[in-house]
Ligand binder design. Structure first.
Ligand SMILES: Cc1cc2nc3c(=O)[nH]c(=O)nc-3n(C[C@H](O)[C@H](O)[C@H](O)COP(=O)(O)O)c2cc1C
Length: 178
């Protein structure tokens, strides 16, 4: 399966980066082809809502990393979102990528699976509710099928997430993709 993992943290060695690392390890071990799109370290501009794309076959006026990523995303069988929780939703860095789907919604929609992995400081039973609802609405709109979620709550720092079972759960989730 062709899998694209989109990460959204500006921390190269942060909590969600660790989940992404372990997930990718597992996914590759069972033969998947995995691309990693570290959104915080690529030039991804925000959508201008100019609608130029609507009359130009998805071509975007913004010339940045998305120009090459569109093709890779369209060719993917699965999109995996890995984000730190920022104000009860995904990070700006990952949301910027999703907003830029706009120009190519029709080409991206359908025939894909998706996963969501997220880390947070908080560990209340409602901590991930906003993020989960947003993710589910995006999947419904894109007509993508959810293939799994992992919510690593109570993980404000790398040392803490390393001590628990979340990294291994991410690895197993990666291995579950066939
Ligand atoms: C701007 C910002 C907003 C945050 N908002 C939340 C939040 O709403 N709820 C929460 O539990 N943690 C929140 N956190 C904590 C992060 O989700 C947490 O530290 C996470 O482990 C960071 O992941 P990273 O190391 O991959 O960047 C926030 C952190 C930042 C920097």
């Amino acid at each position: 399966m062709k899998v694209t993992v989109i990460t959204g943290s500006p921390h190269k060695k942060g909590t969600s980066a660790l989940l992404a690392d372990r997930f990718i390890e597992g996914a590759k071990e069972v033969g998947n082809e995995v691309l990693r799109f570290d959104a915080a370290f690529e030039d991804v501009k925000s959508c201008l809502a100019c609608e130029y794309c609507a009359s130009h076959d998805g071509e975007c006026v913004r010339k940045d990393a998305m120009n090459e990523w569109y093709e890779k995303l369209i060719a993917s069988d699965m999109i995996v979102f890995v984000t730190p929780l920022y104000y009860y939703t995904m990070s700006t860095q990952i949301k910027a990528v999703i907003d830029r789907f706009h120009g190519n919604n029709a080409k991206l929609a359908g025939n894909k699976k998706a996963m969501l992995l997220a880390t947070s400081y908080g560990a209340d039973d409602w901590t991930m509710e906003g993020l989960e609802k947003t993710y589910e609405a995006i999947l419904r709109f894109m007509n993508w099928e959810d293939a799994g979620k992992l919510f690593a709550t109570g993980c404000p720092a790398r040392e803490m997430i390393e001590q628990g079972s979340f990294p291994n759960q991410a690895y197993e989730l990666g291995k579950s993709i066939q």
